[in-house]
Design a protein around this ligand. Structure first.
Ligand SMILES: [Zn+2]
Length: 306
């Protein structure tokens, strides 16, 4: 058994040549064998220009099978007993090769192209301010089909562009580059990291509604990778969890996970309420109504005693 067998089992139609395997990319699914595995360098690359997935084999297995690092390591060991991991194994590629592929909305000059005007109009309709557009470096681009995509760039703690969320004017989202694991990323980290109390919310529009100390977890759950990043912040931060009203269970799951290590509060919203919709009152609600787990329990006891 070897690494080659791993790919043969998962991609039976692959073409094998010296030191290289080729098959259809599992992420962009572009027709043709655009996806290459380089056995010697332990890396993979998709040649389709709209995809350009490029990672180590380890990272590929994590993304492809949805595994964490240690799970992927064990998985690989089933196939290859001994191998030397390349040194930069833990490094995800930063987005340098994608940079410049979208236009920043705050840098465009009048007269605005129609696509930029539509993007701006959409954002301001959803109460995103011009200051936020500039601060979060929101942008736009035309995709291969000429469709306008509003771009919400995702930076890591070192201000490196790692990915972006793009959204059509009709509301179809995807994370770019295709195939990147969004469970490793946050929206707004480069700004929220400046605050002692960080509000964890779901997406970019929640971040805009709540304010600069808000951090979008890009979903309703906190991955192990995100969890580790939050605990790694120095000095230690406090957290307030504010998910949509339909996600109270998920909010509590995050509270329990984090509260073993950090001071955590949670704001429970009414179901069907999305923080972005209660924009004006959300900040005062967070201040006045967020509670720690202890508060919840003592209230429950009071109710049972009365
Ligand atoms: Zn691809």
């Amino acid at each position: 058994m070897s690494l080659v067998d791993y790919f043969k089992e998962n991609f039976p139609k692959l073409r094998e040549s010296r030191n290289q395997l080729r098959f259809e990319c599992p992420f962009c699914k572009h027709r043709g064998k655009t996806f290459a595995v380089y056995i010697e360098t332990f890396s993979v690359h998709c040649f389709y220009a709209e995809c350009l997935y490029h990672k180590s084999v380890m990272q590929f297995i994590m993304d492809f099978e949805g595994l964490n690092y240690s799970e992927a390591f064990l998985r690989l060991k089933e196939y290859q007993r001994s191998f030397i991991l390349p040194q930069k194994e833990h490094r995800d590629l930063t987005l340098s090769e994608h940079e410049g592929k979208f236009m920043s909305l705050s840098e465009i000059k009048k007269p605005y192209p129609l696509s930029a005007r539509n993007s701006l109009l959409y954002l301001t309709k959803r109460c995103v301010t011009l200051e936020q557009i500039e601060k979060y470096r929101l942008g736009y681009r035309l995709d291969v089909r000429g469709q306008v995509q509003i771009v919400f760039p995702i930076y890591d703690i070192e201000n490196k562009l790692r990915a972006w969320i793009e959204r059509t004017l009709t509301g179809i989202y995807r994370v770019y580059p295709l195939g990147i694991n969004k469970g490793h990323l946050f929206f707004g980290l480069q700004i929220a990291k400046g605050y002692q109390t960080i509000v964890l919310c779901e997406g970019a529009f929640d971040v805009f509604a709540i304010g600069e100390n808000a951090l979008g977890i890009l979903g309703k759950s906190l991955s192990d990778m995100q969890f580790a990043q939050l605990l790694a912040l120095k000095p230690k931060r406090n957290f307030i969890i504010v998910l949509d009203g339909d996600a109270n269970k998920e909010a509590f799951r995050i509270v329990f996970k984090l509260s073993k290590y950090r001071e955590v509060k949670v704001l429970m919203l009414d179901s069907k309420v999305d923080p972005a919709d209660v924009r004006k009152s959300i900040q005062s609600k967070i201040v006045k109504e967020s509670k720690s787990i202890g508060d919840f329990y003592s209230e429950k006891i009071k109710i049972t005693c009365n």
